[in-house]
Design a protein around this ligand. Structure first.
Ligand code: CA
Ligand code: CA
Ligand code: CA
Length: 441
């Protein structure tokens, strides 16, 4: 029965939201529960035994044994089929991460049959497979003791493919009869590695029964800081309900304006004019913090007043909350695509202000603010600080009548992919409407 440290798992979750979060225990093997069905201790030659999953689970880590004759099996005196050269001799509380430490068992590799006076398990190894996604600065520590004819060296190596291993440290000495803790140097090469391997290869045993015990193997690592990685590459308008035959619903002619980059007064590039209102935006975010946990709660949505409002009296930061989005969908990739949609006509004839919050889900270090607007039927652009829908906005539609167009067409008001008099009909009720063109910080 494995012991799971729920208190540690809970601590890790809290730590993940802290800016100064540092080294966490991310994997631990106490190797304590190795009683055999027929009595005594050891490792059953049964697929359920190896690999041994760690007792915390943060990295999805597991331990296996290989090389030499570690796979040699035998039936012991109690009728159990066991690995002949793997023992679970008494362990230690040295280096235990258990809040109530017990010594229990250990993992002891024996030298194995001598062939021409060389122990067959010289060159055997214990291997760990895990993921460092979200972690860096891995440090391994473990308790070990040996015998006078046991292994003389532990050579540690790392790999990211499980095939090519690079040595990074060798622990020498037999530590006869007494457990001591060995702490390895960090392994920066494994920072954030989606698949990571560590291997400790033993050598120098001079008898079949000489051995080394390993116990209380700890992996400690730093959670990657939230907000270190994400970059918003840009925001686009997506026309929900687009039924045209050219291109996609993503409007290649419009873009969201970002606060703080010197744009000042917005342009017609940030205003759409469709019959369904502003019903979708798409953000492209490189290294999004958490594509699964991300929700609309990681954004703030606000809308401006309608009409020719006074921006000084209605500064964007104080605008009212926008209608809630109907969906938020993340398409993972490089970059991740975050699609946010609203019901048709929920946001129309006004500006939308979107704040992407800085948190672990977005991965942003600082919030970012974007703007885009809508005025039904506007086709001519701003004049003297206002957009005004008039009969002159009909002209660009009329002259393109009959054309097949992409979703960026400002003449296709109903977004069905063709310009027709239905598009004039769709915007005609809004003739006479205005919207203040805004300036952003
Ligand atoms: Ca133990
Ligand atoms: Ca106009
Ligand atoms: Ca149309």
């Amino acid at each position: 029965m494995k012991r799971f440290f729920f208190w540690l798992a809970a601590a890790a979750v809290v730590c993940g939201n802290q800016v100064d979060c540092k080294a966490e225990l991310v994997a631990f093997w106490g190797l304590n529960d190795n009683g055999l069905p027929g009595g005594g201790f050891g490792y059953l030659a049964d697929p359920s035994v190896f690999p041994i999953v760690d007792e915390i689970g943060t990295l999805g880590a597991s331990l296996s044994v290989g090389g030499g004759i570690t796979d040699e099996i035998s039936v012991n005196g109690n009728g159990d089929t066991v690995f002949l050269w793997l023992q679970s001799f008494s362990g230690t509380i040295e280096n235990s991460a258990d809040p109530e430490p017990i010594s229990g068992g250990s993992l002891a590799i024996q030298g194995g049959t001598l062939v021409e006076e060389v122990a067959s398990n010289n060159g055997a190894y214990v291997q760990f497979e895990f993921s460092m996604t979200g972690y860096e600065n891995l440090v391994v520590s473990y308790a070990t003791r040996g015998t006078s004819t046991g292994f003389e060296t532990h050579t540690w190596s790392w790999s990211t493919d499980g095939e090519t291993f690079t040595d990074f440290q060798t622990i020498s000495g037999r530590r006869e009869g007494t457990f001591t803790t060995q702490t390895l140097n960090p392994v920066p090469e494994l920072n954030e590695a989606a698949t990571a391997f560590l291997r400790v290869t033993v050598d120098g045993a001079t008898s079949a029964n000489g051995n080394n015990r390993l116990d209380n193997i700890q992996f400690n690592a730093d959670a990657t800081m939230p907000g270190e990685g994400a970059t918003v590459l840009g925001g686009s308008v997506v026309h929900g309900g687009w039924t045209g035959s050219i291109g996609s619903a993503v409007d290649s002619g419009k873009s969201l304006a970002k606060e703080g980059v010197g744009l000042g007064e917005l342009t017609f590039d940030q205003l759409i004019n469709t019959a369904r209102g502003l019903n979708g935006v798409l953000f492209e975010i490189q290294d999004l913090g958490d594509s699964v946990a991300l929700t609309a709660a990681d954004f703030q949505f606000q809308v401006s007043p309608q009409g020719a409002f006074d921006q000084v009296a209605n500064p964007p930061a104080g605008w009212d909350p926008a209608p809630a989005p109907s969906s938020l969908t993340v398409t993972p990739g490089s970059p991740d695509q975050v699609l946010i949609q609203w019901p048709d006509n929920a946001i129309e004839n006004r500006w939308l202000r979107i704040t992407i919050l800085a948190n672990a889900n977005t991965g942003l270090a600082a919030p970012e603010v974007y703007y885009v607007g809508h005025l039904l039927g506007e086709t001519t652009g701003a004049s003297s600080g206002f957009y005004t829908v008039s009969f002159s906005d009909v002209t660009p539609i009329r002259v393109q009548a009959g054309q097949t167009v992409g979703s960026e067409s400002i003449a296709d008001i109903d977004k069905n992919g063709t310009v027709a008099f239905a598009d004039v009909s769709a915007m005609r009720p809004n003739i006479g409407s205005q919207l203040t063109n805004i300036s952003i910080p």
